[in-house]
Design a protein around this ligand. Structure first.
Ligand SMILES: NC(=O)c1ccc[n+]([C@@H]2O[C@H](COP(=O)([O-])OP(=O)(O)OC[C@H]3O[C@@H](n4cnc5c(N)ncnc54)[C@H](O)[C@@H]3O)[C@@H](O)[C@H]2O)c1
Length: 287
């Protein structure tokens, strides 16, 4: 059995949704928790809740897209705890959605900055220490959007495909080097979190002028209300993550809704046929 007690988990995007649920789950097995998140109020509340579970909880307000803030996060972790046992590169935003011709450079940049550069900076600052220690786990939160290519959310899809690729490539690199450091790729279907309101964290300089938004967050918000019972809950996902860590399993998938869409994409690549995805990424729940 994996020994977690007294070791440290660092979770980006830890103030809400799946990140917070992972923090609760890791606290449940006695780990120290470092929560890094851009949203100050939610971060403070999250840290208080984790603290109340009787473990050490440290909150570091961090914008994962900012190189210097990620350097600072790593310094805090190194000074307090040394290299983490678990690193969850989880912070993410819906990014601008909608027809691609309506997307702005700001939409693309926001998604790439958080969903991809957040992972790039996370690896840059933590990977060296974790490799030297030659143990531990890196969990990259990608998505089924990184395994399929439904229309309507291209910035999100592109960054999640990149996240999957980074996780897979890192896995192979470490395996070839004989490293004991494990990598896991979390690819959830829809989970009932606050992702549909991620515009709340879009930086001012990347906001579209009124009337130029192509965001589909309202469609997602309505969907969450209607099919709430069908989608996974953050706590369920966190338990799957913990189990995958214990089992040293690379792929972490949350439900079966996207299995056929993923298989159909792979068949189209193998057979050199047209990409099969049609409709929106949430259409699998009503088909
Ligand atoms: N909810 C879903 O249906 C779903 C499905 C697949 C993948 N995901 C992925 O799961 C991850 C977690 O999202 P969630 O669904 O729990 O949403 P959430 O909005 O509940 O949580 C995301 C957290 O990331 C934080 N964040 C946003 N921008 C940040 C930044 N620049 N720096 C640091 N923190 C930042 C937010 O403040 C929030 O606390 C994301 O990577 C998301 O893309 C979500």
């Amino acid at each position: 059995m994996h020994e977690f007690e007294g070791r440290t988990a660092v979770i980006t995007g830890g103030a809400s949704g799946m990140g917070f649920a992972m923090a609760e789950s890791f606290a449940g097995v006695g780990m120290n928790i470092v929560l890094a998140d851009v949203e100050a109020g939610a971060l403070k509340q999250a840290a208080e809740k984790i603290d109340a579970l009787g473990v050490t909880a440290v909150a570091v307000q961090t914008d994962v897209s900012d190189e210097a803030e990620m350097d600072h996060l790593c310094e805090v972790v190194r000074e307090r705890f040394g290299a983490p046992e678990i690193l969850c590169l989880n912070a993410g935003v819906g990014g601008g959605g909608g027809p691609t011709d309506l997307l702005t450079t700001r939409d693309w940049k926001w998604a790439v900055d958080v969903n991809l550069y957040g992972i790039i900076h996370g690896l840059r600052v933590f990977l060296g220490d974790m490799r030297k220690r030659n143990r531990g786990h890196i969990v990259v939160t990608a998505s089924v959007a990184g395994l399929t290519s439904f229309p309507g959310s291209l910035p999100y899809n592109a960054t999640k495909h990149a996240a999957v690729s980074v996780a897979e490539g890192l896995f192979s690199e470490l395996a070839e080097a004989g490293s004991e450091l494990a990598v896991h790729c979390l690819c959830p279907g829809v989970v009932s979190t606050n992702i549909h309101t991620s515009e709340r964290n879009r930086p001012k300089e990347l906001q579209n002028p009124p009337g130029e938004e192509a965001s589909r967050s309202e469609e997602f918000a309505g969907f969450m209300e209607h099919l709430y019972e069908s989608v996974s809950k953050p706590g369920q996902v966190a338990e799957l993550v913990l189990q995958a860590i214990v089992d040293r399993r690379f792929w972490i998938q949350t439900d079966a809704y996207y299995r056929e869409a993923i298989a159909a994409r792979h068949r189209s690549i193998e057979n050199d046929t047209d990409p099969p995805a049609r409709g929106s990424i949430i259409s699998v729940y009503s088909s």
